[in-house]
Design a protein around this ligand. Structure first.
Ligand SMILES: C[S@@+](CC[C@H](N)C(=O)[O-])C[C@H]1O[C@@H](n2cnc3c(N)ncnc32)[C@H](O)[C@@H]1O
Length: 333
């Protein structure tokens, strides 16, 4: 369901624009409360994972003790991490490629790629993530490709120039302090005609309609005590403003905007494909707490399908994009 790359909302930098319902991007200020919250959410995987946790998309099971993570229920991973992994694996053609997975997290995508016969290097700065990825590899792996993990900060990592056929940034570029520099580094690590795959979210695309849809989805869950994060106000106007604020302007540290990522992507890599995908539902699924697992699975599916539907009709703004590009011959100065 590709949707036009052109955002419907206008991104402006003028005071007063917000009052007219236009998202104001506050550049280089600070990471939004919600981004910091999101980062913390991802870190809950590292914090909550029991010693036997394996992040294997082929052998999903419930991990009930991982209460703050989507991994707590196999049904939720099937709607989130698994399709994201398929988006990436499905974008790679060729055999026995050398792939770098930057910010590999639990390694669930790297593992799938190695099962396809590719040689994969997964890099993550979080020690706990690398431990999980390494354990998962030991327990679950079956595939002909080499699979290696390394704990390292990509910005400080020294890889071999011209060594990779594909470099993947999956949900990590938004967090790198200098996306331009990171992408020029990836450019150098790629072989000639090598490819970049960037699956990334850009919450600064949020508009009022999208926030209103999220409010309508979250508030009834909260009223049932089926939602874990901070309560939204009963007043819908205030609730919508709060969701917008969390997503766009309430930043404490900078998180890269769509423009800050797409510009250097396009400069260093000739675009092959670009598509938008549902992602707002990830936040809802992460925070919902429905005691009845089959009801939770049904509702989670419905929220995802509704987001897909509303994106398809252009009613709401997307957040997740996939950019596939080929290494430009020369880096622009
Ligand atoms: C949201 S997770 C995404 C994990 C995986 N790529 C996925 O799509 O499921 C982001 C990961 O990037 C890692 N990360 C963030 N900044 C990094 C950096 N500078 N170098 C290496 N890893 C980084 C974090 O530790 C975290 O595990």
């Amino acid at each position: 369901m590709p949707i036009s790359e052109q955002p419907k909302i206008q991104l402006v930098y003028k005071p007063g624009a917000q009052a007219r319902g236009i998202v104001v991007v506050n550049r280089r200020t600070s990471a939004s409360r919600s981004r910091a919250h999101r980062r913390r959410k991802y870190q809950t995987v590292a914090r909550e994972a029991p010693p036997n946790f394996v992040a294997d998309l082929q052998r999903l099971r419930d991990w009930p003790s991982m209460k703050g993570s989507l991994w707590r229920r196999a049904s939720l991973v099937k709607l989130t991490h698994a399709p994201n992994a398929r988006l990436l694996t499905g974008s790679i053609s060729g055999r026995n490629l050398k792939i770098l997975d930057v910010g590999c997290g639990t390694g669930c995508i790297s593992l799938e790629l190695s099962r396809m016969g590719h040689d994969v290097m997964g890099l993550d700065r979080n020690k706990r993530m690398i431990e999980i990825a390494t354990r998962t590899k030991k327990i679950s792996r079956s595939g002909s490709g080499k699979l290696q993990y390394e704990m390292a900060d990509f910005d400080k990592w020294f890889g071999t120039t011209g060594a990779y056929d594909v470099v993947i940034f999956s949900r990590v570029l938004h967090d790198l302090p200098d996306p331009e520099n990171a992408l020029s580094k990836a450019h150098g690590l790629l072989k000639s005609r090598g490819r970049i795959l960037c699956l990334e979210y850009a919450y600064n695309m949020m508009d009022k309609k999208t926030a209103a849809w999220l409010y309508q989805t979250r508030k009834p869950l909260e009223l049932q005590h089926w939602y874990s994060s901070a309560h939204l106000p009963d007043d819908p106007g205030k609730g919508v403003d709060l969701i917008m604020h969390e997503a766009v302007t309430g930043r404490k540290q900078h998180i890269n905007t769509f423009e800050e990522m797409i510009r250097p992507l396009k400069r260093s890599f000739h675009q092959e494909t670009f598509s938008w995908h549902p992602y707002h539902f990830w936040d809802v699924l992460s925070d919902m707490r429905i005691p009845n697992p089959s009801l939770e699975a049904r509702l989670a599916t419905m929220v995802k399908e509704l987001e897909e539907y509303l994106l398809g009709t252009g009613e709401i703004q997307p957040a997740l994009f996939l950019y596939k590009g080929t290494k430009a011959r020369h880096l622009p100065h």
